[in-house]
Design a protein around this ligand. Structure first.
Ligand SMILES: Nc1ncnc2c1ncn2[C@@H]1O[C@H](COP(=O)(O)OP(=O)(O)OP(=O)(O)O)[C@@H](O)[C@H]1O
Ligand SMILES: [Mg+2]
Length: 359
């Protein structure tokens, strides 16, 4: 899918901006603080309802205004143009499709935008929450019931935790243990299936990008000892959970990991290697999305050049270019890898929250 047009109002320093985007590569060039990352954030918001940067919704709203809005015209494989929009006003998030107000999750189902950015190494070295989010975005786009199961599980988890903290009677906890275990089953199965499908694609990319580290080792961890049913695990941990006041095992603790023959743990990776792993994850997810949906998501590459050497930059650009995905990329300067590989791009000069197409 491709974003044909993007309109942004009151997002970070951008007061008002409208862009006509090209198929293939769109390159946003400008000095630090010009608003390049903010442009990518706008596209990302349409697909995730949140930014990839820390700071929450309020940080996105331009100082002095009451809310932001992002509007996009999305061309999909069926070649219909879909008008998608997300606005935040007075603390509320409103999603729109073809002018009609819809649930934010519905908008996210329509719009697929993936982003590799300077903070992406957190996917490897950061807390497990990042990795669950990554996994769940992919599952959400293939399994239509995923959100339903996820919400059911969250509700059960909240109830169980409340009981653990209060004066829980044994009977109530039994009920919520059962409910939690039942809700956990489809969630874990969907995540595992998704990770299994991602595994060969991700391994292939990691072999190419980080050949020097040897064979990649990828593992999914469901968040509890998978050899036993979760209900049993919860019963065995009850005393401990009561003492701690929260549930110590279950899909809310799920995680996955990347290791290599010569660097089995993530602590063994350099910063640049973490970034290359994160890039491989993003592109593996894009490839898998394309296999299932018949079209690529929009791929955002923020500051591709940071902390990655020239040879690896060329490999990254070649990987993305070969996919044929629409790309929104930023840089303070023209990335040498684009010219080296003969990748043509529509260029924009970004300055103080404005963007002008360069001829
Ligand atoms: N809520 C906000 N309201 C107004 N301005 C903001 C807000 N949040 C951030 N800014 C400003 O927006 C500007 C643009 O930030 P952005 O991260 O998009 O720049 P950039 O072009 O990506 O820069 P860099 O090359 O350093 O990555 C910064 O000067 C920042 O201070
Ligand atoms: Mg930036």
């Amino acid at each position: 899918m491709e974003l044909r047009r993007l309109r942004i109002q009151n997002l970070r320093l951008i007061e008002q901006l409208e862009l006509e985007l090209a198929s293939g590569w769109n390159l946003f060039l400008g000095t630090n603080g010009a608003g390049k990352t903010s442009l990518l954030e706008a596209a990302f918001l349409l697909s995730h309802g949140r930014s990839f940067r820390v700071g929450g919704q309020d940080a996105l709203v331009r100082h002095g205004s009451s809310g932001y809005s992002v509007y996009g015209e999305l061309e999909t494989a069926s070649s219909a143009i879909e008008r998608v929009g997300l606005a935040r006003n007075g603390g509320r998030l409103v999603a729109r499709l073809a002018g009609e107000s819809i649930a934010a999750a519905e908008l996210m189902r329509h719009t697929a935008v993936l982003c590799f950015e300077p903070g992406s190494h957190e996917l490897i070295s950061g807390p497990s929450e990042e990795r669950r989010r990554f996994l769940d975005w992919g599952v959400f786009h293939v399994e239509h019931d995923f959100l339903l199961h996820w919400r059911r599980y969250q509700r059960a988890l909240k109830q169980r935790n409340a009981l653990l903290r209060g004066d829980a009677s044994g009977a109530d906890l039994d009920v919520w243990d059962q409910e939690l275990a039942r809700a956990a089953e489809p969630l874990t199965m969907m995540r595992r299936d998704y990770f299994d499908a991602l595994r060969p694609i991700l391994a292939g990319l990691l072999r190419d990008l980080l050949a020097e580290l040897g064979e990649p080792q990828l593992a999914f961890h469901p968040g509890f000892e998978a050899e036993r049913p979760l209900a049993e695990v919860l019963a065995a941990r009850r005393a401990r959970d009561l003492a701690r006041g929260h549930t110590s095992a279950g899909p809310h603790r799920a995680d996955w990991s990347i290791g290599f023959e010569t660097a089995p743990r993530r602590e063994h990776l350099s910063r640049g290697q973490e970034k290359l792993c994160a890039f491989a994850c993003v592109m593996a997810q894009a490839h898998l999305f394309a296999q299932r949906a018949g079209e690529y998501p929009v791929v955002c590459l923020d500051d591709l050049a940071s902390e990655v050497d020239q040879a690896h930059q060329r490999m990254m650009v070649a990987t993305v270019a070969a996919s044929g995905a629409q790309v929104l990329a930023t840089g303070t300067e023209e990335p040498a890898a684009l010219a080296a590989l003969g990748v043509s791009a529509k260029r924009f000069h970004v300055e103080q929250g404005r963007a002008a197409a360069l001829l």
